[in-house]
Design a protein around this ligand. Structure first.
Ligand code: ZN
Length: 231
């Protein structure tokens, strides 16, 4: 069974992807990126979530390997968005939130592939999603497919980029977590993962901590409501 490397931010989506990978691969490593995020709360959540994942099942504990953190703070030099400065979140004429760091996923996946190359890993998993993608063009399936080809050509390896959330919405992402890890995984995601763009932890809503009103909190909460209603 090949090994997998997961792009792991400490949020709901990448935690669900991590569970997905832990069910499928014998050895799973994680990678996170710091890039001058406005708040580093996401990065602070990562070790807590990883400890929680280990505690959920002995199988996952045995499969979960090294966690890597790569400093991409240079991205802050070419980004002036709500994630990296103190501006409010607004939307452009194309519908792109100003939290958009241009090409961020291209950069993350390319660095992940370079790391995977060094680690002898061929399968890379990311939480990109076209269904709820908020207009981020680097989350589209066509982008990921093209990048997969470019990376394979450029590194002379056969990597497979997996995006298990590509065609599902946030309610289905909650459902997938329930299928993979039952209520204990859903509870862990609610308690310990972070999605809020504003980096707020204080307020605890039904779907977890966050400001409750930014686009990330709204998406997460609406998905959670539909998931609970359907359950
Ligand atoms: Zn929020």
């Amino acid at each position: 069974m090949p090994k997998a490397l997961i792009l792991f931010s400490g949020g709901q989506d990448s935690t669900t992807c991590l569970a997905w990978a832990l069910e499928r691969f014998d050895h799973v490593e994680t990678v996170g990126f710091t890039y001058g995020q406005r708040h580093l709360i996401e990065m602070d959540c990562r070790p807590t979530v990883l400890r929680g994942m280990r505690a959920l099942t002995p199988l996952w504990d045995s499969r979960l390997g090294e966690d890597h953190v790569i400093d991409l703070s240079v991205l802050g030099q070419i980004s002036d968005t709500a994630l990296t400065s103190e501006a409010a979140i607004t939307y452009s004429a194309e519908g792109l939130p100003n939290t958009f760091v241009p090409g961020r996923n291209l950069i993350f996946l390319t660095f992940a592939a370079a790391l995977a190359y060094r680690r002898g890993i061929t399968d890379i998993v990311g939480g990109m999603c076209e269904t709820d993608y908020s207009g981020y063009p680097d989350c589209r399936d066509a982008t990921i497919t093209a990048l997969n080809q470019a990376i394979n050509l450029g590194m002379a390896r056969s990597f497979t980029l997996h995006t298990p959330l590509m065609w599902i919405d946030k309610a289905a992402t909650w459902r997938l977590a329930a299928e993979l890890g039952g209520q204990p995984l859903v509870d862990l995601i609610i308690a310990d993962t972070h999605s809020c763009y504003l980096g707020e932890r204080g307020i605890h809503h039904a779907s977890g901590h966050g400001c409750g009103t930014c686009p990330a909190c709204s998406l997460r909460a609406a998905g959670h409501q539909r998931f609970v209603a359907d359950d």
